[in-house]
Design a protein around this ligand. Structure first.
Ligand SMILES: Nc1ncnc2c1ncn2[C@@H]1O[C@H](COP(=O)(O)OP(=O)(O)OP(=O)(O)O)[C@@H](O)[C@H]1O
Ligand SMILES: [Mg+2]
Length: 803
């Protein structure tokens, strides 16, 4: 192929190449831009001879000097020259053979160098075939793993039978560094060149494999998320096809939005978001998904950030309280005090009030009214019969159908974090093997703990510290002690007749009229009629029955009006029976006459104060004392104490010393079905037994209360106000009270006190003197002698007895 011209010519212009290396026997297109390079091309073109193509060691250098250029290169022939769009020259050159630059002749305007031609050091045919085979195998493997060699290249390469040429061609086609290619170019020994190329190929194959693995891994990750996305999209599409309205993705999103909107606090928010994530991954119809969904619904529906603004206008609050309830001064004052403090301190501890009193005195409705006065929401739960801790604190979510406890349920109903929360009937809490609800309530009511109240179901704490808790009970005795300690007890003892008339006139009648769609032009109830209703149709400490009777009248009136029978109804004591039927109670007639063995006790039961008869019968027997009427142990013991006292006074009472050996004594307290307990009937039992033994009647217009000791001392009792009111209600105006209870009488309204004759006693003897009549005096009604007279009477009695 060598032309004669080339052989003689040993000096050529030199083109320094950046980023490219031209091998012999390959044709390549080059872009030439640098001035010196353009000149070199022009020189070569002009001479019509070759051009030395040498690569630059460092591609960054724009104007290289000889030391920046490899000395071994390829002699090439220019086949074509054209101007490219960018104004550069585009030439096509064909590599001819290896040359080595021996010296630079000039460098301006172009490099001109003299070169020495280099010859391959060949191998024998056999070795050549082996090398070709090895190279081809390796190259094929390379093509297989990199997959970026076009098929034609492979075919043309396969046709090469010279291993040196094959090496050059392969090296020209693989994307390795110029330095590596230069090594191949500079190696003249064909075997060595082949070995070097094999090494390069092997390295490339390894790299390609590595790359493939990395690519694969990246791809896998992308694919996984794509796959999930794709599946979700498919699921959506399927659900749409099936007509399911909501898809789980938007459901989860919805929950997320709700969580943000509900203002969940740190821990709760995290928990909720975790649950949403879980929900998202579950099939929609999974049983577990239902549980999670319900749980999330609960979380987002709680008023985490809802606080109502308190109305702290004291005058307005007072007006509202007065508007709803008559009297109840103490409670109202307490509320106003709370408001005043609220005005000064932003976050006072909600007081925990406990209203104790008989039914129908307005405990529940008062709590409602407090909420109204404060401008807070109101919720009420009843604790009566709650015996399971879980009712307060909820079930763990692992239970089927688990729900939060009543506290959290109440808060949700209230819809604010600071409602007035009424817990009715806290005295009716029970406790058994399912845990102690009172203990759970302790946490709720304790201001130190309740800002992180934890419900088993919610699993995250809820702040109850802004809630105003109010509890109610009929009696404070049965409230668990530690609970009672945390509360401020306010007793509402019951109303007097006058108070009831006020309540009736100003509250109950207007309320019932309104509820029945009537007004005062349709129905009026005279004051005397109201009193008659109170006396003859109700016997209660509160006003619930009174309210019911008034409702009955309203109902019947409404019927009369609608049927056109009447235009207007006025209730008087005369026509009352027409509306309410025959009277149920006989006012002032607990017992109609003085009787032997019957004494009246004053007691406090769950329904308020009451007057109870205590009956005794004495029959022949062996000295047994029987007590019936559902009496508690304490009451039975006070019966025994009474008995012991009487035995010690047998001489004074005119009884034989061993009287008890020959008789059986039966004490009965009706009404037999109602449980009764407490020591306060002690003197009544003693009095009734004494009467039965001595055959002296007891005055039927006297009621008494007091504890008795073995020696006959009379000890003070509780509930004086309720008892006195009950006696007054029953129309009994003579009362015997322990002297130490004198101070308690202050609580009784003065107008009632004036109507009563109260005898204070220290000793049972005084009781007997005051309450027992002479044997023949069975029907006489005496007013009680005052204490001084009583003492005289007692002396007389003692004298009589000792005679
Ligand atoms: N002082 C009062 N002024 C006006 N209305 C009253 C008063 N006291 C009670 N009432 C009315 O009597 C009715 C019964 O009261 P409420 O239901 O609050 O009784 P309670 O004490 O909660 O009874 P219970 O112990 O049985 O639950 C209500 O309609 C209430 O408005
Ligand atoms: Mg109530």
């Amino acid at each position: 192929m060598k032309s004669s011209k080339e052989e003689t010519q040993k000096s050529y212009p030199l083109l320094s190449l950046r980023n490219i290396l031209v091998f012999p026997k390959s044709t390549i297109s080059l872009e030439v831009g640098r001035a010196r390079s353009v000149k070199a091309v022009e020189l070569a073109q002009a001479s019509g001879m070759g051009l030395v193509l040498c690569s630059q060691k460092d591609t960054e250098i724009a104007e290289p000097s000889p030391e920046h250029i490899y000395t071994v290169g390829t002699l090439g022939l220019i086949k074509e020259v054209a101007k490219s769009v960018s104004g550069n020259l585009r030439i096509v050159v064909e590599g001819l053979r290896r040359v080595k630059v021996t010296s630079y002749l000039t460098s301006d305007p172009a490099f001109v160098v003299s070169v020495e031609e280099l010859e391959d050091v060949g191998v024998g045919r056999q070795e050549a075939d082996m090398l070709i085979k090895a190279l081809m195998e390796q190259y094929e493997e390379y093509v297989r793993v990199t997959r970026n060699v076009p098929a034609e290249t492979l075919i043309s390469i396969a046709a090469i039978r010279d291993p040196g040429h094959l090496c050059d061609t392969i090296a020209a086609h693989i994307p390795v560094s110029i330095a590596e290619k230069q090594q191949i170019l500079e190696t003249l020994e064909v075997r060595e060149r082949a070995e070097k190329l094999l090494d390069v190929l092997e390295k490339e194959i390894e790299l390609a494999g590595l790359e493939k693995r990395i690519n694969l891994r990246v791809k896998k990750q992308i694919e996984k998320s794509q796959r999930e996305y794709w599946l979700r999209e498919q699921m959506k599409a399927i659900q749409k096809e099936l007509g399911d309205k909501d898809d789980s993705i938007s459901e989860a999103e919805e929950f997320r939005q709700k969580i943000e909107k509900a203002g969940l606090t740190g821990e709760a928010r995290e928990k909720a978001l975790r649950e949403v994530d879980r929900l998202e991954k579950m099939p929609q119809a999974a049983a577990e998904a239902v549980v999670v969904r319900t749980y999330l619904e609960w979380l987002v529906s709680l008023p985490w950030n809802v606080l109502t603004e308190d109305n702290i206008d004291i005058n307005r609050a007072q007006a509202i309280l007065d508007e709803d309830h008559y009297g109840l001064r103490e409670v109202k004052e307490r509320i106003i005090e709370y408001l005043a403090i609220r005005k000064l301190v932003d976050k006072p501890r909600g007081p925990i009030l406990c209203f104790v009193g008989p039914p129908g005195v307005g405990k529940t409705s008062l709590a409602k009214s407090i909420a109204r006065a404060l401008g807070r929401k109101f919720v009420r739960i009843s604790l009566g019969g709650v015996r399971d801790e879980a009712e307060i604190r909820g079930h763990r979510r692992t239970y089927i159908g688990a729900l939060p406890g009543r506290i959290i349920q109440g808060i949700r109903t209230a819809g604010s974090r600071n409602p007035v929360f009424l817990m009715d009937e806290i005295d009716k809490l029970a406790s058994d093997f399912r845990g102690d609800p009172a203990a759970a309530l302790l946490e709720v009511l304790d201001p130190e703990q309740n800002h992180t109240f934890s419900d088993h179901y919610l699993e995250v704490p809820f702040d109850l510290s802004r809630v105003m808790f109010i509890t109610t009970a009929n009696s404070s005795y049965t409230i668990p002690r530690p609970l009672l300690d945390r509360m401020e007890v306010i007793t509402i003892p019951g109303y007097t007749e006058e108070e009831k008339i006020e309540i009736g006139t100003h509250f109950l009648i207007p309320k019932e009229l309104k509820e029945h769609g009537l007004d005062s032009s349709h129905l009026s109830i005279r004051k005397e009629a109201l009193r008659e209703i109170i006396r003859a149709y109700t016997r209660e400490a509160g006003v619930r029955n009174l309210e019911r009777q008034i409702a009955t009248i309203c109902r019947k009136t409404a019927r009369d009006l609608v049927s056109g029978k009447r235009q207007r109804v006025t209730i008087t004591p005369k026509n009352i029976e027409k509306y309410l039927g025959i009277p149920r109670f006989h006012y002032g007639q607990v017992e109609k006459e003085n009787q032997v063995g019957v004494a009246l006790a004053l007691a406090v039961t769950d329904v308020g104060g009451d007057v109870m008869a205590c009956e005794v019968s004495v029959v022949k027997g062996k000295g047994r004392l029987t007590m019936t009427g559902q009496l508690g142990d304490v009451m039975k013991e006070s019966g025994q104490a009474a008995m012991s006292y009487l035995r010690s006074r047998s001489a004074d009472l005119g009884l034989p010393e061993d009287f008890y050996e020959n008789v059986d004594i039966h004490v009965h307290v009706p009404e037999g079905a109602i449980p009764k307990d407490g020591p306060s009937a002690g003197i009544t039992i003693a009095c009734a037994i004494a009467s039965a033994l001595t055959n002296r009647p007891v005055r039927h217009d006297v009621a008494m209360t007091g504890e008795i000791t073995l020696r006959g001392r009379v000890l003070p009792i509780g509930g004086v106000k309720e008892k006195v009111l009950a006696a007054h209600r029953a129309g009994i105006f003579n009362i015997i009270l322990p002297r130490e209870n004198k101070k308690d009488l202050e609580e009784v309204p003065p107008n009632i006190r004036e109507e009563l004759t109260v005898t204070f006693v220290d000793h049972m003897d005084q009781v007997l003197a005051a309450a027992l009549c002479d044997p023949e005096d069975r029907n006489e009604i005496n007013t009680l002698p005052c204490v001084d007279q009583l003492k005289a009477a007692q002396d007389v009695a003692m004298d009589q007895m000792s005679q």
